[in-house]
Design a protein around this ligand. Structure first.
Ligand SMILES: NC(=O)c1ccc[n+]([C@@H]2O[C@H](COP(=O)([O-])OP(=O)(O)OC[C@H]3O[C@@H](n4cnc5c(N)ncnc54)[C@H](OP(=O)(O)O)[C@@H]3O)[C@@H](O)[C@H]2O)c1
Length: 391
């Protein structure tokens, strides 16, 4: 097969997170990386390229590819023109499938930012087998969903003895606000909980699981947690699913592995307000007219200002146990949703394009596809992975 013209294409470069990802590449990609921007609007792509050229004059020549997810040929052209595609065209359940289909068919590596479990399960059902045949690595959730948890759990497991049962608890604390694209995707997730559960059941029925090892999610119960840093409630996002998939794929997680995932909030009244708010929005998202009102509240393309992003932060703590051994670790960084997310996404693409990785294909988690190579890249880029204590 001939080498395609690009190493990396950023699809969705005109959106809020896509533009930040392109800016990260402009500042940090090695000079030898051949990369391009893709999107549906030529004028907006040119604006993004002008902004990049102000950061790095070499970017004045970054090629622009026209692609719209409703035009199959244009999406196929993107997948065939590059070794790795980054996509920030979301909500993924609405816009994501054509590119996954094109990458699985062309044998092109793919990274996205989805936090939508239904999308990931649908893509596994539709394209996992084909991606294995063509050698494509389809790696979802390469942003704040789910890299700190997935790589943080792997990092914690690596501090515990090999070949022994282990149990991990993960505690997430964040400060920051969300973009229009994330808001729209969250409403989509809440509106489609029933469809999501049914696709997850179908996947469970078809996916083979290890017969000699047990991997289990433990929902946990709300409690005050000194180590977590406040009131902890079970947090059933895509992240624990990603951690458990890595545990099923990698022997290093031991013969018996359990994981509980919590959101931590310092003050109880704030937590109660948040849980009530999510329940209320979930109820409104089930009914088409109120869902439309919700979607109109915050539209695509906008996001927190540089000043707001400067103040945002995240901290994920893990408590790991194996027999009488215990270890406590922490993954931390700045603005989780956008600054650090665009860094994680761009470094994932650079890792797939340039690093020596295990030979694997199909739908893979970040830990399974890239593991330590990606962690080292992120540490080099300022994201902390620390052992706090252990005995
Ligand atoms: N889980 C995480 O950690 C995390 C963090 C951040 C973001 N995200 C997700 O990332 C996604 C993007 O977020 P965002 O805030 O950057 O959204 P955004 O600003 O709304 O950007 C969406 C992008 O999709 C493009 N697009 C829409 N329809 C298209 C089509 N038919 N063909 C081609 N391109 C199309 C838009 O192009 P135009 O500019 O032409 O409209 C824009 O470039 C969302 O799904 C969000 O949930 C996840």
């Amino acid at each position: 097969m001939t080498d395609p013209p690009y190493d990396i294409v950023v699809f969705g470069a005109t959106g809020f997170t896509g533009a930040l990802t392109a800016e990260y590449l402009a500042a940090h990609a090695p000079q030898s990386t051949r990369w391009a921007l893709a999107g549906r609007n030529q004028g907006k792509l040119e604006d993004v390229r002008r902004r990049l050229a102000a950061l790095n004059p070499a970017c004045a020549e970054v090629p622009l590819l026209r692609a719209d997810v409703t035009d199959t040929d244009s999406v196929r052209n993107v997948a065939e023109a590059t070794r790795v595609v980054i996509t920030t065209v979301g909500p993924y359940i609405r816009h994501g499938e054509p590119l996954v289909r094109a990458c699985a068919s062309a044998g092109t590596d793919y990274v996205d930012l989805t936090g939508e479990p239904e999308f990931v399960d649908r893509m596994w059902l539709g394209y996992h087998e084909q991606a294995i045949e063509t050698g494509a690595r389809i790696v979802h959730s390469c942003g704040f969903d789910s890299i700190p948890y997935d790589l943080g759990a792997l990092f914690t497991v690596q501090q515990l003895p090999e070949g022994a049962p282990m149990a991990l608890d993960g505690f997430v604390r964040v400060g920051g606000s969300v973009s229009g694209g994330t808001y729209q995707s969250t409403i989509e997730i809440l509106a489609r909980l029933r469809q999501s559960a049914s696709v997850a059941r179908e996947r469970r029925g078809r996916e083979t699981r290890p017969s000699d090892r047990r991997v289990k999610g433990m929902p946990g119960t709300p409690h005050h947690d000194e180590f977590g840093g406040g009131w902890a409630v079970p947090f059933p996002t895509i992240d624990p699913q990603t951690v458990l998939r890595s545990a099923r794929a990698l022997e290093r997680y031991g013969p018996e592995f359990t994981y509980s995932h919590y959101l931590v909030v310092k003050r109880l009244p704030v937590l109660i307000g948040m849980v009530g708010g999510v329940a209320g929005v979930a109820a409104l998202a089930q009914i088409p007219p109120t869902r439309k009102l919700l979607l109109d509240l915050k539209t695509s393309g906008s996001g927190p200002s540089p000043e707001e992003r400067q103040k945002a932060w995240f901290r994920v703590r893990f408590a790991g146990r194996s027999g009488d051994r215990q270890v406590r670790t922490e993954v931390s960084g700045g603005d989780p949703g956008y600054g650090e997310t665009s860094k994680m996404l761009a470094e994932s693409a650079l890792c797939l394009a340039h690093d020596d990785l295990p030979e694997r294909a199909g739908q893979l988690t970040p830990a399974v596809a890239m593991g330590d190579a990606l962690r080292r890249r992120l540490e080099g880029a300022g994201i902390g992975f620390e052992v706090l204590d252990g005995e």
